[in-house]
Design a protein around this ligand. Structure first.
Ligand code: ATP
Ligand code: MG
Length: 318
């Protein structure tokens, strides 16, 4: 179980005064409260999504939970361990995957990183082979592990990142934006992999993402953090029903159309030729699409859910 109580993290950041003398010799710092009294509990084998706008404190939380950063205040208990003690038995139970950072050797095939991790985690030959076969099977990527990493696509590389991070069969996984930048097919592949890993290894997973789709497909429960504070902890189904009644239709217009004419179709969330974004009620979507198709010449159309950030804003206002 993961238990976090009153977690607070303050970064000291350098403040420029504009006075060269002061900046050079009497550097001034100010406090940036990245986490402010954060508390939550996560049960074994639970998958929780952790969302919030840029700079909300998600990565900071995961870094503290994995023992990379030291908190200023608060109690953390992960299966009886305090992360920053960095006990071997603790590190063997966890893993940290960062979508924005790679742990793979760039010029070498991924298998070389896997072999290094085998030594670091002292995985025996049998276990290593078994886990590697299993992971490459689920990810359908047996043919990739011997290619130099720099030759892999982003989606392929992400699969290798996951294998490297999971070879020691950790029970707890911190996944920081694991689908960032991937096309929808690779996102889907990673999602279904995360799901099957959770099931097969009875893993406890905290996942951060800016894609509502990840959250929807993977987690029943979500924590929303904003400016270092947890502002929602509950079921995802409740939140979408309650706060996201709209869909957004984005068109790339063929030719410029008077805003007044566009307004007749639906509420305009944004208009800057050639792009127009309509906000429509979910129930009205089929009807609005029919009207648009009939009346507006466009080259491209996309339909999206309300952005997580928008939902957060609404919750925040409440
Ligand atoms: N090493 C650091 N030194 C100073 N400030 C930092 C440091 N790391 C993060 N911060 C600040 O702490 C706050 C929280 O950052 P954090 O990286 O945890 O946000 P996040 O929720 O992961 O955001 P994103 O969605 O953009 O990844 C931000 O204001 C950030 O600028
Ligand atoms: Mg982050």
């Amino acid at each position: 179980m993961i238990s976090v109580k009153n977690l607070t993290k303050i970064y000291k950041i350098y403040k420029k005064t504009g006075n060269i003398f002061t900046d050079l010799f009497f550097r001034q710092y100010k406090d940036l409260v990245a986490l402010d009294d954060v508390s939550f509990e996560i049960e074994d084998n639970e998958l929780v999504s952790f969302i919030g706008p840029n700079g909300a404190g998600k990565t900071t939380t995961l870094k503290i939970l994995s023992g990379i950063l030291y908190p200023d205040r608060g109690k953390i208990n992960i299966n009886g361990f305090y992360p920053f003690d960095k006990k071997k038995e603790f590190l063997r139970q966890i893993t940290f995957v960062m979508g924005q950072k790679s742990q793979l050797f760039w010029d070498l095939p991924a298998i070389d990183t896997f072999l290094l991790n085998k030594e670091i985690y002292q995985i025996n030959d049998n276990q290593f082979k078994k886990t590697l076969d299993n992971l490459t099977n689920i990810l359908n990527c047996q043919n990739l592990i011997n290619k130099p990493v720099k030759m892999l696509s982003l989606g392929e590389r992400m699969k290798m990142e996951f294998i490297a991070a999971l070879l020691h069969s950790p029970k707890i996984a911190f996944l920081d934006e694991p689908t960032i930048g991937l096309d929808i097919f690779s996102q889907e592949a990673i999602r279904s992999f995360i799901k099957s890993y959770q099931k097969e290894f009875k893993a406890t997973i905290i996942l951060t993402s800016h894609y509502l789709e990840d959250v929807k497909k993977l987690a029943k429960r979500m924590l929303i953090i904003n400016q270092g504070k947890i502002i929602y902890d509950g079921k995802l189904t409740d939140i979408i029903k309650k706060f996201s009644q709209n869909k957004y239709i984005t068109l790339n217009l063929d030719k410029e159309i008077d805003k007044k004419n566009l307004e007749k179709i639906a509420l305009i969330a944004q208009y800057q030729y050639p792009k127009v974004v309509f906000q429509v009620k979910k129930d009205d979507l089929p009807e609005k699409i029919a009207i648009i198709s009939k009346n507006i010449p466009y080259t491209d159309i996309t339909i999206e859910d309300e952005k997580i950030e928008e939902i957060i804003k609404k919750i925040y206002k409440k």
